[in-house]
Design a protein around this ligand. Sequence first.
Ligand code: SF4
Length: 451
Amino acid sequence: MPLESKNRVTCPGCALACDDIAVDVQFNKIQKVHNACLRGNEKFMFSGSKERFVTPFIRDAKDKAPKEIKMDQAMLLAAKIMQDSQNVLILGGTKLESNAQEKLVELARIVGATMSFAGAEVLNHVKDAMKDAGASFTTIGEIANNADLLLFWGANPIDFAPKLVVKTVFSRGRYRQTGKEVKKFAVLDGNPTPTMERADIKLLMHPGNDTRYLGLLCMELQATGVLDEKDLERIGFTKEELISLGPDIPPNIKELARTIELTEYGVIFVGERLLNPAAIEREPDLLGKMFRFGSILNRDRRMSVLPLSYHLNFAGLVHALTTSNHEVNVKDFKSIADSLEDFDAVICAGFDLVGKLDDKQLAQLKESKIVVFDYKENCTTTVADLFLPVVMIGIETGGEVYRIDGSLVSLSKCVEPREGLSTDAKLLQELGDYIQNGGQSSFNSPGTSIN
Ligand code: SF4
């Protein structure tokens, strides 16, 4: 069989969804990946790996060993677990393609489940802050073509979306032909990260007080005439608050203010340092201030604020939840991690629950049935009562996902899935139909029971 090269493939490795990847396929297996980062490369190559989990299993009640079963049996058992449970918890779903996310939300509605994923609370906070500030949107393509200031605030994309910096800072855009030479790259963070290492302007911030640094930047921008007193009030700083920051402005804040003054098209990427529940609790109006800051600067130049969420299709799940015709109970994972004993069935859709729990939290699960849909081993598969393998999205099946900038992009199918494997969307649809129709389905098959 000749080697086939597939171009313009979209990488499902993270929310950047790079669409400039090429893969070489032979014998229905990816042989080589071109232009992906290490993380993307590993994901593509994993599809043909022997480490893939491709066989459904149940855990034996006596010796706790996994016991292989047929897919039909696994589906029946998954349905039975959900039907027999009083309180079902569905975890994850942020890495599924959009159609599968809709089916997951529908399944949650059918079984009356609570849905939970990490970042749900943060997302609500971001949405409120953006709405309130009238934030300006932009896309990665626009940023690459136009931006001359790229400011990463508490964001380390080199570790989480490795090609983001290459695409936006080190690329030549349509209107930035000379590339990096005309772009300023600034990083403000609490630790010296790999992203900061490469920046022109770097500032190590003390922990937990980003509002102070934003205030100092605003003061310097007022001194240079970019902002006035009213702007500072609109951003959310009182006079007393600014006076309390003191007159000393660090030199790199001054340099950043000078750069903002001269910029034509700036982007502030807000990262994980700010987008976490602890940071929001500590500085509840910081994101609001950040969006209002961007919005006011946007008056005399183009300035956008882009919150960075690195999960492949985080925005897709939010879209599926907000456009669903039915109300589904959604909770942030952090808020339920200490009350898992309330749920007698826990369904993990591409979510490594056990890997996120401490021993005390894990002990709450001893009476719960754990069902996992995934394509690989993780801490949760080692204790799961039932495992259902799925195909890898963006490699063995296509679909659509929302990229980090909110654009809808199509994923590619590079190889045929292994025999017997189904997509998440198909399995979730069949489970929902089966439960809704009182046990009528194509996967009806007698046999194994779960204790
Ligand atoms: S940055 Fe993300 S989407 Fe791009 S190649 Fe790397 S893993 Fe894939």
